[in-house]
Design a binder for this molecule. Structure first.
Ligand SMILES: [Zn+2]
Length: 225
């Protein structure tokens, strides 16, 4: 396979071959080039940062803010400042979940699928972090807007969501390249967006299960019906 050049030229920019990628990335890259995927993520084996990759053009571009690995210490914003920022942007986290996020009961791990890795839930600060998708900056909580924009013009469809609807959904957590988000049509059902490929998967868990069940493990709980 051809070489790939890390797009973070300022402090990495090294060239590597597919063989240097992790096993997962290597297999995924092979799959992606077979399927002619134009949008995927791999990790630079030199600097470990996430790279957006077009397997048809064999082109890597930056998918993270530049200072991701060497973030300058910024003054922490207080929850009050973060909330007023969200309010200004008309981003409404469902109030009961927000209460949970800010409470000392908040746990950042949750089991979504039995026998699979737990998901991590973002703290309020993490939800307000700025991330870069396709060269555009977004608040983490609005990352689906970025992914939806990146999918525009591609032959993407889903039985539950139009791209414009997906763009409005709020992200609350992640596991690997999977984004856990709230269906904004009912502010309750939880879905997974797969960054690799753009598939959407429904979960058996509702938003309220996160804060109702935070004391016991959802692994042993019956999925709500
Ligand atoms: Zn690199």
């Amino acid at each position: 396979m051809k070489e790939i050049t890390c797009p973070y030229a300022a402090d990495c920019g090294q060239t590597f071959t597919a063989n240097e990628l992790s096993k997962r990335d290597r297999e995924f890259l092979r799959y992606a080039s077979d399927k002619k995927m134009t949008f995927m993520f791999i990790y630079c084996p030199k600097c470990a940062r996430r790279i957006q990759f077009d397997a048809t053009l064999w082109k890597a571009s930056a998918s993270e803010g530049f200072n991701n690995s060497a973030r300058s210490p910024k003054k922490q914003k207080t929850p009050k400042q973060l909330l007023s920022r969200l309010k200004k942007l008309k981003i409404d986290i469902p109030i009961a979940y927000l209460d949970y996020l800010l409470s000392d009961k908040f746990r950042d791990r949750i089991s979504i699928f039995k026998d699979k890795s737990d998901f991590c839930l973002y703290s309020l600060e993490e939800l307000c972090e700025i991330i870069n998708i396709d060269g555009v900056k977004y608040y983490r909580i609005r990352e689906l807007k970025g992914y939806a924009n990146a999918l525009k013009g591609l032959s993407w469809s889903d039985k539950n969501f139009a791209l414009s609807e997906l763009a409005e959904c709020l992200s609350i957590g992640y596991e690997n390249e999977k984004v856990l988000f709230i269906d904004n049509s009912d502010n309750s059902a939880l879905y997974i967006f797969h960054i690799d490929g753009g598939d959407i998967e429904k979960t058996d868990i509702m938003l309220k299960d996160i804060y109702d069940c935070n004391q016991r493990s959802l692994k042993n709980a019956k999925p709500p019906r």
